[in-house]
Design a protein around this ligand. Structure first.
Ligand SMILES: *[C@@H]1O[C@H](CO)[C@@H](O)[C@H](O)[C@H]1NC(C)=O
Length: 465
């Protein structure tokens, strides 16, 4: 499978950034407990400035903090508390791609917030993007990220260091952020509210709980009564990384691993310092369009409900879109009785776009990992006919080559037009055609890879079902 997505390569080799701490002066404990009247007495049905809606957000990742910013800037009578497991934000996860739809989303929250992110951006959406043949150093397919953004007057796609993005997202919200306060489980109050139980045993009361606590979500585990990790959690290891010993260091190990690949890869490997190399294992969950997103006054956001492979670079972007929609749904309420319906509305608005994006992301990992081969090549060299890689997989890969850019163009149109998550027939049509197109691709590759797993991923079931 010597084809490498340019995005994956870029994300894996970019350098790390400084670890991030809240300044010691930042309040940690005070001022963030649920309003006392909520813990003591039943909350009134009406939402007002004297009895504001209190939203508990489990998880201070990009999705949780984006939601916090939306609520912070809202005029509605809403308060919030972010409950984050770690006691200190460490450098984690390297760069995150913010595609045009995500940048537009941040801009819609606040122009100033957008400007701060823009100042840290490394722009990629106006450069050459595509999938490159990792052995021959030739572009297998290029895709245009620039014109779909320009024609919609949206910012270009960029990458930002995740810790820097988190720091920006905490500037306004850190007073309502509690560290070392991971949510272990939750229960229901007799007045309909939610009680979150923290890792410390402490209970925090609120009107709504949003589980933005990532792929190993405890909120999801409590909602669906399944374990957060391991068998039954639905999380699958995607097996990208190696765990062998590296006695000479990671860089020599990687150079050896990529022996025979294009010089471009070796140029990158040679200039990458030991301390800049991190091992990051990739996990995935099958598309979860059929699994519960919400129950009562609790809903899931981001990786907790739709973890996806990084091939599309849409993980963080889709979490942000979730946050925008949840905020719209919750800040328009006038009574607590409407919360459950509002969360159901969130799910309904996000289901079609996410089903399409998540299916695509998984489909991309299936073809890149299992199906793709170096494309077959016929040509003349020194007056003789030369055939390279003229096997079945090579031929199928070659046949798909002209179709792929069209496929990507449709996909970007879908993502960029849909960032507001308002229902439109056009979006539904594009979504369905992406699904049909993707299915045909997968069937072609299932034959190539001789793998039932590829076909299984169409149905979203775990391999072997
Ligand atoms: C890409 O866009 C950014 C932001 O608008 C700009 O600063 C940069 O110069 C552009 N790069 C190219 C190669 O056009």
């Amino acid at each position: 499978m010597p084809l490498l997505s340019a995005t994956v390569a870029l994300l894996s080799f970019a350098g790390p950034s400084a670890s991030l701490r809240l300044s010691p002066a930042a309040p940690r404990m005070s001022a963030v407990d649920a309003p006392p009247q909520q813990a003591a007495s039943p909350a009134p049905d009406a939402i007002s400035s004297s009895a504001p809606l209190h939203v508990l957000i489990a998880g201070g990742g990009v999705g949780g903090l984006a939601l916090a910013n939306c609520l912070e800037l809202s005029d509605a009578p809403v308060t919030y508390t972010v409950l984050e497991r770690t006691s200190e934000f460490k450098k984690f996860g390297g760069p995150i791609q913010l595609a045009s739809n995500a940048m537009q989303g941040f801009r819609s929250i606040d122009e100033e917030l957008y400007k701060q992110i823009e100042a840290r951006a490394t722009w990629t959406g106006n450069r050459t993007n595509g999938i490159k043949d990792g052995v021959r150093d030739e572009w297998y397919a290029k895709f245009d990220l620039r014109s779909p953004a320009e024609s919609r007057e949206m910012p270009f796609t960029c990458v930002v260091e995740r810790p820097e993005l988190q720091e920006i997202l905490m500037r306004r919200t850190h007073d309502n952020l509690r560290l070392g306060a991971g949510v272990e489980s939750y229960g229901k109050r007799s007045d309909g509210g939610v009680v979150a139980t923290l890792q410390t045993g402490e209970q925090v009361h609120g009107d709504v709980l949003i589980g933005a606590d990532g792929i190993w979500s405890n909120v999801r585990a409590a909602m669906t009564e399944t374990p957060a990790r391991g068998e039954g959690s639905g999380v699958t290891y995607s097996g990208y990384t190696a765990s062998e010993e590296k006695p000479d260091g990671s860089s020599p190990y990687l150079q050896k691993l990529f022996e025979g690949w294009s010089p471009e890869i070796h140029d990158i490997l040679r200039v990458t310092q030991e301390h800049e190399i991190e091992q990051r294992d990739l996990y995935d969950r099958p598309p979860s369009v059929l699994k519960p997103w919400n129950k009562g006054r609790v809903a899931l956001l981001g990786d907790a409900i739709h973890a996806m492979m990084p091939n599309l670079g849409q993980g963080g972007c889709q979490a942000l879109e979730d946050a925008l929609v949840i905020s719209e749904q919750l800040t328009s309420l006038s009574s607590r009785g409407e919360i459950e319906g509002a969360l159901q509305g969130y799910r309904n608005r996000r289901l079609t776009p996410l089903g399409a994006v998540q299916g695509l992301s998984r489909f991309a990992s299936d073809i890149i990992i299992r199906g793709f081969d170096t494309p077959a090549k016929l040509g003349f060299s020194g007056g003789k006919l030369v055939a390279e890689n003229l096997n079945y997989a090579g031929v199928v890969t070659r046949l798909l080559q002209p179709i792929l850019p069209v496929f990507f163009a449709v996909q970007f149109a879908f993502l960029y037009d849909g960032w507001e998550n308002k229902f439109s027939l056009k979006q539904l049509q594009i979504g369905l055609s992406i699904f049909a197109f993707g299915s045909l691709f997968l069937i072609a590759f299932a034959a190539t890879a001789g793998s039932e797993e590829v076909l299984n991923s169409l149905g979203g079931g775990p391999p072997g079902l």
